[in-house]
Each structure stands twice: as structure tokens, then as C-alpha cells.
Ligand binder design. Structure first.
Ligand SMILES: *[C@@H]1O[C@H](CO)[C@@H](O)[C@H](O)[C@H]1NC(C)=O
Ligand SMILES: *[C@@H]1O[C@H](CO)[C@@H](O)[C@H](O)[C@H]1NC(C)=O
Length: 471
């Protein structure tokens, strides 16, 4: 005989095993019972004129990629089907309260719901044989996770500030609406388990049930379409494309501030132009070769390139004004106001204009002046000695006539020398003054161009990108 505690343990374990075994038996017998005469191919309705009402639910777990070039959306989804199988019912209290069983879904009837706009992908199984949960009242819940590639029309007009809408259309491939009536379970898709995308911000996922009657046949074909609305996160593009482009344009426009003589004015503009073209190339590599519309960033690059090109051309013109040849002419009348603009602003610069003192000297040393009675130029009148000498010579000397003649001749040659020196100076000053005028003009034009190009660049940026970037 065993001691009492042992008998209790054995009795208890026997009881437990019987209960467990009976449960297991019950589940097995239930499944056997349910699938005994079950035909997975036939619709689970006792009256074959009834439609099976299938309810669909979609949970988006990850938006992997939206490829604008291939017009393709790649997502991880969980697809949930709900329907009622009239053959898979039992009385739970007859099976120890067993109210739900799980059996491989390929052993029961399944609706052939497919993604209409799917794209071929190797290894893609339309219907994975995951378990289906069957409740005692016959409702079946069949879920499976999958990765799908669907076609999506990507409109890149507003790239990189674009919003996209991709559709996932689910429907039965072979059954019409009288055989399978498809419904959405909720008005919006399930986004609770969504993994935040690095590139896209999820706006909403609306579910819309459509019933389409095709021309061929009278039967309606219902489908459930999920509208995935997403918005591109533009920080990446702002930081790596838009900002450098703006900086390059401003730098190119700032070239107007460079002094003409530095020789770097033009090369700066050309370098910026080349960098912009390279940038535009990189951007266009990321976009589909669509000729329907030029994307926003393409327009922006285009305008930037035009601005930098025009500013380089304007620099060429300004440099031409600055180096206005060895014998510069006067600035034409219609350009003079520009010069006064600058003179008015700073009077100091006026000193470089023609020297009036020298001009009066030159006019006084006019060769047409008759030199009979010696009339020295005003500069010399300041010194009284020569005059006194001449007068004293006039009074005292006997051969005053000869000396006077001698002096006269000497003075003549001196005046002639003086004349040439003054004339040369005057010519040089005039030339310098004129070329200075041209240089001033070039500076004024440079400033005007700097202002206007800066304005154009900023306005173009604000008008093109402002409304979208601010959103
Ligand atoms: C389920 O079975 C229990 C006991 O066998 C019975 O009392 C009950 O009426 C049954 N329920 C249905 C809905 O048939
Ligand atoms: C199914 O989607 C429609 C919108 O198309 C919505 O009005 C309806 O409420 C949805 N059905 C359910 C059960 O939420």
C-alpha cells in the first residue's frame, strides 16, 4: 500500500490527465468533425444564392519605399479577412466551452482577395497558409502579414515638397458581388503599428468601398481601396540641395562686389555656374524622366542657373566699361545720371574728376597769345623779381634792346617748354579723369546689378519654394 499523500498525488494527476486528454480529444474531435465532409473549394453558404460577406481590414506596418522612378510603392501590411462559414459552427458547451479553434487556412474555404494593382515580385505568395481562427458561431478570422509592391502614380511636380496618394485596391479575383460581398471593416486603415518612415510622413489611410459594374456582365464587382496619403519630409532636400543652391547663387551674385582689377569676377561666376549644373544633374538623377511637368526643384535650379549666367554676362559688360581702352571718350550723356548718383552719395570721389586749376593754367598758356609785351602766365606773376629786373634793365642799360631781345627769346622758349609740359599734364589728367569716370560708372553699374540680381534671386526663391516649404 502506498502512503496517503502519494495516493492523493496520483489521483490528482490522473484527474488532470483525464481533463487535459479529454480537452485535447475534444478539440481534435471537433476539428475532425468540422472538416469531415468539408469541401474547401465551395463557398460556405448553405443556400448558394446567398453571398458570403467578407470584411477586409488593412494594417500598414511599414512604408518601405516609394520609388518615383519605377512608380512603385513597397509596403509591409497585415491583411485581415473576416467572414462567416456556415459549416464551421459548433455548440461550445458540448466541447467543454471551447469557443475558438485555429487550423491551417488552406483546409477551409478562403476568399480569393488579391491586390489588383500589385506588381510582380519573386517569392511573393498571394495567400500564405497561415492559421485561421474559427469561432463557434462560424465566424472566421484570417490574417496574414505580407510585403507587397504596388504600382502608384507618383506626381513629382512639387518635388521635394510633394504629397502623394497611393492606392491599394483589394478585391476578389473570380467571385462577383453576388458570390462575395466585400466590405471595409473601418473607415480608415489601421496605422497603430506603423513604423515611422524616414522619408515620408503618413497623413491618412482612408478606406473606400467601390462597386464597379463592368460592361461585359450585369454582376457588380465590389472592391475596397485604401488611399494612402503621404507627404515627403523635405529636410533632407532642403539641407543637401536647396540650401547649397541658394548659397551658390548668392555667392555668384556677390561677385559684383569684387574689384574689377582682381580678375576673379568672372571666374567666380563661372565656377558657381558649373557647381549649379552638377547639382542639378544629381537632383535629376533621383527623379523619373517625366516630361509632363518640371518639378519645383528643377524650376528652382533652372532659375538659379539663368540668374548666375546673366550675372556673369553682366560682369563681362561691367568689365568692358571699366577697362574702356587707352583713349577713353567721355561717358555718353544718357549714362551720366548714374555717375551723379554716386557723386551725390560721396563727394570725396569727385576729386578724381578733371582738375579745374590745371585747365585754367592751360588756357592761359594759349599759344595764340601774342608775346610782344611780355605777359608772363599768372603762375609766374606771383614772383615779382623778373618783372623788376626787366624794368630796371629797361631803364638803365644802354644796349637794353639786345638784352631785352635775348630775354624775350629765352622767355619764349621757356614758355614753349612750359606749354608742352602743361599740355602733357593736361592731356594725362583729362585721360585719367575720363577713365576714372568710366571706372566710377562701372562701380555704379556693379552696385545696381548686385542689388537687382540679389533681389531677383531672393524673390525667385521665395515665390517658387516659399509657399510649399512653409507648409
Ligand atoms: C448546446 O448544448 C447544450 C448542452 O448540450 C444545450 O443545453 C444547448 O441548448 C445547446 N445550445 C444550442 C444553441 O444548441
Ligand atoms: C467603409 O468606408 C466608407 C467610406 O468609403 C465609410 O463611410 C464606412 O463607414 C466604412 N465602413 C465601416 C464599417 O466603417
Amino acid at each position: 500500500m502506498l502512503p496517503r499523500p502519494w495516493s492523493i498525488v496520483i489521483a490528482a494527476s490522473c484527474l488532470l490527465t483525464t481533463v487535459l486528454c479529454q480537452n485535447n480529444l475534444n478539440e481534435a474531435s471537433l476539428i475532425n468533425h468540422l472538416l469531415q465532409d468539408y469541401t474547401p473549394e465551395s463557398r460556405p453558404v448553405r443556400d448558394s444564392t446567398n453571398a458570403v460577406r467578407v470584411t477586409l481590414d488593412l494594417a500598414l506596418s511599414q512604408l518601405i519605399d516609394l520609388d518615383a522612378k519605377r512608380q512603385e510603392l513597397k509596403t509591409n501590411i497585415w491583411l485581415r479577412h473576416y467572414w462567416k462559414d456556415e459549416y464551421l459552427t459548433w455548440n461550445a458547451s458540448e466541447y467543454n466551452g471551447l469557443s475558438a479553434i485555429r487550423i491551417p487556412s488552406n483546409q477551409i474555404w478562403r476568399p480569393d482577395i488579391v491586390l489588383y494593382n500589385r506588381r510582380f515580385e519573386e517569392g511573393y505568395a498571394d495567400t500564405p497558409d497561415t492559421n485561421a481562427v474559427i469561432y463557434s458561431d462560424g465566424s472566421v478570422n484570417w490574417n496574414y502579414p505580407t510585403t507587397i509592391q504596388s504600382s502608384c502614380v507618383v506626381d513629382i511636380t512639387y518635388f521635394p515638397y510633394d504629397k502623394q496618394e497611393c492606392l491599394l485596391t483589394f478585391g476578389s479575383w473570380t467571385y462577383d458581388g453576388f458570390a462575395i460581398d466585400l466590405y471595409n471593416r473601418t473607415a480608415v486603415g489601421d496605422l497603430n503599428n506603423l513604423i515611422e518612415s524616414e522619408e515620408w510622413q503618413m497623413l491618412e489611410m482612408e478606406a473606400i468601398r467601390n462597386v464597379i459594374i463592368y460592361g461585359c456582365c450585369p454582376e457588380p464587382y465590389p472592391d475596397v481601396t485604401y488611399h494612402i496619403r503621404i507627404k515627403r519630409k523635405s529636410l533632407f532636400y532642403n539641407f543637401y540641395m536647396v540650401a547649397p543652391c541658394i548659397v551658390l547663387v548668392l555667392l555668384a551674385v556677390l561677385g559684383f562686389c569684387l574689384p574689377m582689377d582682381s580678375g576673379e569676377k568672372l571666374s567666380l561666376g563661372i565656377t558657381m555656374l558649373l557647381s549649379l549644373v552638377v547639382f542639378a544633374q544629381i537632383v535629376s538623377d533621383k527623379l523619373p524622366a517625366s516630361s509632363r511637368a518640371i518639378p519645383l526643384i528643377g524650376q528652382f535650379f533652372g532659375i538659379s542657373i539663368v540668374v548666375v549666367t546673366l550675372s556673369s554676362a553682366a560682369t563681362v559688360i561691367a568689365m568692358n566699361l571699366h577697362f574702356h581702352g587707352p583713349m577713353p571718350q567721355h561717358i555718353p550723356k544718357w549714362l551720366r545720371p548714374l555717375l551723379y548718383m554716386r557723386r551725390c552719395r560721396s563727394n570725396k570721389t569727385a576729386s578724381t574728376a578733371e582738375n579745374p586749376d590745371l585747365k585754367s593754367v592751360y588756357e592761359n598758356v594759349n599759344p595764340k597769345l601774342d608775346l610782344g609785351p611780355v605777359k608772363p602766365p599768372p603762375n609766374f606773376s606771383s614772383s615779382p623779381e623778373p618783372n623788376d629786373n626787366i624794368h630796371s634793365l629797361n631803364k638803365d642799360s644802354n644796349n637794353s634792346g639786345r638784352i631785352f631781345l635775348l630775354l624775350d627769346r629765352k622767355l619764349d622758349s621757356m614758355i614753349a617748354h612750359l606749354k608742352t609740359i602743361v599740355a602733357r599734364h593736361y592731356r594725362k589728367d583729362t585721360r585719367d579723369a575720363r577713365s576714372d569716370e568710366w571706372k566710377q560708372l562701372a562701380i555704379v553699374i556693379d552696385r545696381i546689378l548686385l542689388g537687382s540680381f540679389m533681389f531677383v534671386a531672393l524673390v525667385a526663391t521665395a515665390v517658387l519654394l516659399g509657399p510649399y516649404a512653409a507648409q
